[in-house]
Design a protein around this ligand. Structure first.
Ligand code: DQA
Length: 152
């Protein structure tokens, strides 16, 4: 495990537009707001946060590869690549660490093309429909899986 433990939160395409993108589906918080929540939650377990967003599939693959040896858990909202990307699935298959899949919206209540997730095939857990709280829940799950305790 890295010292301190490091949690990578990775965000896929169009999530940079949160706040103005279909707020009735994704809420009013920006990605910067979500990063603040994630940092607070991660630090409450004495861990370190790495937080990235990319619109590019290959760049997301690069971030996942970089996690090898540099992070201890991955929390991934791959956006639309969730439903299409075998490259991201394969990259996730190369890391030996807990992987949690997050979606702001409840993908199962939406169009049928969103019901299939390649990420789910390798995820230890999936959280969807809880908005930004989902990220915090996933960080808590990752921290506990890594044996971290909340710092008093
Ligand atoms: C999403 C759901 C995906 O289907 C969609 O393509 C997104 C966001 C979510 O967080 O709810 O970009 O991952």
């Amino acid at each position: 495990m890295t010292q301190p433990a490091t949690i990578l939160v990775l965000n896929g395409p169009n999530l940079n537009l949160l706040g103005s993108r279909e707020p009735e589906i994704y809420g009013h918080e920006t990605l910067a707001d979500i990063e603040v929540l994630c940092r607070r939650k991660t630090e409450s377990f004495g861990a370190r946060l790495m937080f990235h967003q990319s619109n590019h599939e290959g760049e997301l693959v690069d971030h996942i590869q970089t996690a090898r040896g540099n992070a201890d858990a991955i929390i991934l909202n791959a956006g639309a690549y969730t439903h299409t990307s075998i490259a991201i699935l394969d990259a996730l298959g190369t890391v030996a660490m807990p992987i949690y899949e997050v979606h702001l919206s409840n993908i199962h209540r939406r169009e049928s093309f969103r019901h299939r997730s390649f990420v789910s095939r390798v995820a230890d857990g999936v959280i969807c429909g809880f908005g930004s709280l989902g990220y915090e829940l996933a960080i808590e799950a990752a921290a506990r899986k890594l044996g971290l305790e909340p710092v008093p």
